[in-house]
Design a binder for this molecule. Sequence first.
Ligand SMILES: NC(=O)c1ccc[n+]([C@@H]2O[C@H](COP(=O)([O-])OP(=O)(O)OC[C@H]3O[C@@H](n4cnc5c(N)ncnc54)[C@H](OP(=O)(O)O)[C@@H]3O)[C@@H](O)[C@H]2O)c1
Length: 264
Amino acid sequence: MQDNPFDLTGRTAVVTGASRGLGQEFGRALAAAGADLVITSRKRDDLAAFQAEIESLGRKVTALELDVRDHGSIQRMADAAANACGAIDILVNNAGCNVRKPALDVSWDDWNLVLDTNLRGTFFVAQAIGRGMVERGYGRVINIGSVTSVAGYAGLGPYCASRGGVKQLTMSLADDWGPHGVTVNCLAPGWFRTEQNKVLYENQEWLDYLVDRIPLRRPGQPGDLRGAVVFLASDASQYVTGQTLLVDGGISTGATRATVPAKD
Ligand SMILES: NC(=O)c1ccc[n+]([C@@H]2O[C@H](COP(=O)([O-])OP(=O)(O)OC[C@H]3O[C@@H](n4cnc5c(N)ncnc54)[C@H](OP(=O)(O)O)[C@@H]3O)[C@@H](O)[C@H]2O)c1
C-alpha cells in the first residue's frame, strides 16, 4: 500500500451525473485527492463550468455525453472514456432521478423512469466500465444508493425500490468481480439539499420535521460526503467490498425516541 492510502494521483475516475449536485461533490473530492476525471451529463454543455473548475486544480478532465436510459449511449461513453484516458480505475455511478408521489398516484411511466435510470442504468454503466477493470485486475466501483436503500419512506415507492436494488446489486457485483481485484461498494447519502429535492427544503415545517429525526440534528452538507467517496475510491478500502456505507447523520438508525421528554 502507498504511504498515503487515500492518494489518488495517477488514477482516473468516471463520475456520472456530474452536471450538478452530489455528482460534482464526488468529482471535487476525487480530484482534490489527485484523480483525473471523466464527467458525464445528458447535455455536454452543462459540464463546461465544472470541467473548468476541476482543470484549474491541474487535473485532466474529459466531458462526455451519457443517458443511462439508453444502452447505446452507455457503450459510447465507455468507449470514449477508454479512448481518451486508457484505464479507468474508479467509477462513481451517481446519475439518478426521483419522482415523489403517494403510491396510489404513481404511473407506469413514473415507475419505469425511476427504475430504468437508477437501477438498470447503474447496472449497465457498471458493466460497461467494469469490463475493463476486470480485464486489468483492478477497479473501484462506487454505486450511489441512499438511506432509502435500507429504509422505507412514504411517497418514494419507486425510488426506495430502486435504491434497495442498488444495495443488493452492489453485493452481487462484489461477489462477481472480487476475484478479479475489483471492489464494489454502495455509498448511501442521507438527506442533502440539491436540485432534486429543493422544494422540500423550502418548507420550514418539513425541514423541522426532518431535522428532529436526524441524530446529528442537521441535513447533510456538501463536504459531508467527501471522506467516504475518497475512502471507497482509494487503497484505504482495499479489503472492503459489497458494503453499503451510510452517510446520513444517523437517520437510518430509526431515530425514534423511546423516552418522553423530561418536564421542567
Ligand atoms: N440529494 C440527496 O439527498 C440524495 C440522497 C441520496 C441519494 N441521492 C442520489 O445521488 C445522486 C445525485 O443526486 P442529486 O441530489 O445531486 O441529484 P440531481 O441534482 O437531480 O442530479 C442528478 C444528476 O443525474 C443526472 N441524470 C439524471 N438522469 C439521467 C440520465 N437518464 N442519464 C444520465 N444522467 C442522468 C443529471 O444529469 P443531466 O440532467 O445533466 O443529464 C444530474 O447530473 C442521484 O442518484 C440521487 O438519487 C441523492
